[in-house]
Design a binder for this molecule. Structure first.
Ligand code: PLP
Length: 399
């Protein structure tokens, strides 16, 4: 298959906010290290058995990292295929480069059906009704619509229930307008319950074993997301993995598989000090006096809030790095501004950088710390960084 992508397309710089004086500093920004992304995917690939297809999951603007830049780098770093949530995301990938198969993970809306043929994306099938719809598209367009059959082994979301898989499998196989290219399942508890994951895996394997006339060599068989890689079984019939979070440098679990594989955080999240103040003991801070100063304090007002993706949940619980030191958030996070205690610090000035996620001198906040304070999960943290926040790309090569 011929694959084409301009070498640097979309990587030159981050999305600029719409109207901003060119030389003005960012008030809140995310730095995306594409070299780290490249090293991550290469290391994950190297740790997997040979011949395993790597489906890079890039839904939701590549987990908030920016579709164009992320996908362009993944195309040049070993991704075999992409997985997205909807047709718009598939179209974005096609704009970046052609030749990479794209799997649509979600249910397709009836109004979207016709794009299956136009974009040549791979549909996920869970029901006989979808077989009918997609086959009409294929018939009308005069081409085979590529599909993956999804089997529900205990996620309770998409997929045909495993006990009914044989019938749907036959229906797809016998349909002249569809081309079955893969079979997959999804784990519900890969980051929390190894036993249940093993149980789902066993059901999936058993279901595959029971399917009659199954030609495994011509199908992609996949189940593992980032967390499930822990229990990936080399040498089994699985020949593909679907990796999202791990390639962005976040481990969804603390346990062992791939523990020897180093992944680095790709994203860091920053803002600035807008104002520095002294306020006396007893002063209420932020809306509803959500914090009351217990002593005379030195405070910094940061130029970011929940309008940027610093969650309300971090009110009175989160920490940020100023001047290389962890400083507590005081009171409620507001839409555009957040107050932090810098009493223990030396000189802090308006304009100084503040870090929410990432490193500053010896201080480091990783996504897991941020999640604990914010009451969020890592996937959600990334998806919560808003459109107002420019993504700035480091385009260094991987080595
Ligand atoms: C999002 C998603 C993935 C990737 O999950 P990570 O935990 O981010 O690796 C894999 N498979 C499906 C079906 C998904 O929806």
């Amino acid at each position: 298959m011929v694959r084409t992508t301009p070498p640097l397309k979309g990587e030159a710089h981050g999305k600029e906010p719409s109207i901003v004086p060119l030389d003005s500093p960012y008030r809140c920004w995310a730095e995306i290290d594409l070299g780290a992304l490249e090293r991550n995917i290469k290391r994950i690939r190297a740790a997997l058995p040979r011949g395993i297809q790597y489906l890079a999951v890039v839904k939701a603007d590549a987990y908030g990292h920016g579709m164009a830049q992320t996908v362009a780098r993944l195309m040049r770093s070993g991704a075999d295929m992409f997985a997205v949530a909807n047709m718009g995301e598939a179209a974005e990938i096609l704009e970046i480069g052609s030749g990479w198969p794209i799997l649509l993970l979600s249910a397709i809306l009836p109004g979207e059906d016709r794009y299956l043929a136009d974009y040549n994306v791979i549909a996920t099938i869970s029901t006989a009704e979808e077989v009918k719809r997609f086959s009409q598209v294929g018939k009308k367009a005069g081409k085979l619509i590529p599909v993956h059959l999804k089997i529900d082994t205990g996620m309770g979301r998409l997929g045909v229930w495993h006990e009914e898989a044989q019938a749907l499998y036959e229906t797809i196989r016998n349909n002249p307008h569809l081309k079955l290219e893969g079979i997959f399942t999804h784990f519900s508890s890969a980051d929390s319950d190894r036993e249940f994951t093993d149980h789902q895996r066993a059901i999936f394997i058993e279901t595959l074993d029971k399917l009659q006339n199954l030609d495994r060599s011509r199908l992609l068989i996949h189940a593992d997301n980032s967390a499930a890689l822990e229990s990936f079984i080399p040498g089994s019939s699985f020949n593909a993995v679907r990796v999202g979070l791990l390639q962005f440098g976040v481990r969804p679990y603390k346990r062992s598989f791939l523990a020897n594989v180093k992944v680095e955080p790709v994203l860091s999240f920053h803002s600035r000090v807008g104002l520095v103040r002294n306020l006396p003991e007893g002063t209420g801070i932020s809306y509803h006096r959500t914090h009351v100063l217990e002593k005379d304090s030195h405070l910094a007002v940061i130029t970011a809030g929940y309008g940027d993706g610093l969650p309300l949940g971090a009110s009175n619980s989160g920490k940020v790095i100023v001047g290389g030191q962890l400083c507590p958030i005081l009171g409620r996070v507001t839409m555009d501004q957040t107050v932090v205690d810098i009493t223990s610090l030396g000189k802090v000035q308006p304009g100084d950088p503040v870090t929410f996620i990432g490193r500053q001198e010896d201080a480091f906040i990783d996504v897991t710390d941020f999640c604990r304070w914010a009451g969020q999960i890592s996937w959600e943290v990334f998806c919560s960084i808003t459109k107002r926040v420019p993504r700035i790309y480091r385009t260094d090569s991987a080595v």
